[in-house]
Design a protein around this ligand. Structure first.
Ligand code: BV8
Ligand code: ZN
Length: 300
């Protein structure tokens, strides 16, 4: 039976050396981004999961690009919330030393493709560097003896604003912040959701590679595709002594299997979720509630 004892958890956090965070859509909910399985996880008449698949792409690239254009523009105005900021501070040695003084490697593996965790870390790092320039340089860097960099955010399912060329012999990939990403997609997100009033954007008008003119696709990991940097993630998980599982239904593999890998060698698991989720009954700690408030209350 998982504990919800804050002092017990803080003692484990204080003694942990290698910490992994595994986050999901619940971390970004307070930033106004629909979760996958909550009531917001639908677009027109389609289930978001159905559209996040290679077969949906092969069947109708226009519909998939309209879906991703819709999500790009849903995410664009969103800002990191306090949950993102607390996890970003845990990635920075000088900001975590009061609660995790022994941590030498913190890795944030996010299933989210909204980029908000990376944005929070960039912002807080810049603020820290700015303040360090006015004080001593206690902004430490990772000791070279470390097997992995400290404070990494790994977007294991990619990022909504990354595109990649579909041509097998072209290696074009890029960050693309254009709104709309191509003129033909502009405005399609406002088509009402009857579902059968679906604009058809011609393939020729979808985003194309500037290098080889072939079709571009969102550089995200669809169901059935290999998650990014998965071997590195699995290698790190083998050495983790505390895994924080934040805002995820823990239904999607291989992300949902990471805590099991941590527990296999005696690492501890702490779940922060609005409700009990898959595997949360096997966790060492379970803190139920909104992660944007629970993380602050529990981590101190
Ligand atoms: C792979 C990018 C092989 C695209 C996504 C049968 C059985 C088991 C597994 C499989 C199976 N058939 C196929 C599989 C494998 C499959 C899979 O797991 N399917 C599931 C559905 C059964 N996985 C794959 O295909 C993966 N690839 O396995 O390749 C491989 C493996 C290893 C090594 C080499 C090769 C690829 C999966 C990636 C799919 N792409 N996203 C896009 O976004 O469009 S997944 C997508 O769905 C998200 O990225 C996310 O990962 C997932 C949604 O999950 P959550 O983030 O958990 O969101 P959800 O809404 O479900 O839950 C939110 C939670 O937050 C809820 O619990 C809620 O209560 C809580 N919450 C809400 N608000 C708050 C909150 N908590 C706290 N505070 C709040 N405020
Ligand atoms: Zn190309």
């Amino acid at each position: 039976m998982p504990s919800s004892d804050v002092e017990e958890f803080r003692a484990i956090l204080a003694s942990s050396k290698n910490i992994m965070i595994v986050s999901g859509a619940g971390l970004s909910a307070a930033s106004g981004i629909a979760t996958f399985r909550g009531q917001g996880g639908r677009w027109r008449k389609y289930d978001a999961q159905v559209l996040a698949t290679l077969s949906a792409w092969q069947e109708n690239q226009s519909r998939v690009w309209q879906f991703f254009h819709y999500r790009r523009e849903e995410v664009r105005p969103a800002k990191p919330n306090e949950g993102h900021n607390i996890l970003a501070r845990l990635c920075l040695p000088s900001l975590r030393k009061a609660i995790a003084p022994n941590a030498t490697v913190v890795t944030h593996v996010t299933q989210n493709i909204d980029g908000l965790s990376s944005e929070a870390l960039r912002t807080i790092t810049a603020e820290l560097q700015h303040s360090q320039h006015s004080q001593d340089a206690s902004f430490t860097t990772t000791p070279s003896s470390q097997p992995w960099p400290d404070g990494q955010i790994i977007e294991m399912h990619g990022n909504l604003f990354d595109v990649v060329c579909t041509a097998h012999d072209c290696d074009y990939r890029a960050k693309n912040m254009d709104n709309p990403i191509c003129p033909a997609l502009g405005g399609t997100e406002v088509i009402v959701a009857e579902g059968n009033v679906e604009p058809v954007v011609k393939r020729a008008d979808l985003p194309h590679c500037p290098e080889c003119t072939q079709l571009l696709r969102p550089d995200v990991v669809w169901f059935g595709e290999r998650p990014k940097r998965i071997q590195e993630i699995l290698d790190i998980a083998n050495k983790v002594d505390l895994c924080l599982v934040v805002g995820t239904s823990s239904l999607v593999q291989p992300a949902s299997k990471l805590p099991e890998r941590v527990r296999a060698h005696g690492g501890k698991i702490a779940v922060f979720n609005m409700e009990a989720a898959n595997h949360s009954d096997e966790a060492d700690f379970l803190f139920l509630g909104s992660c944007e408030t629970e993380l602050g209350r529990v981590l101190g």
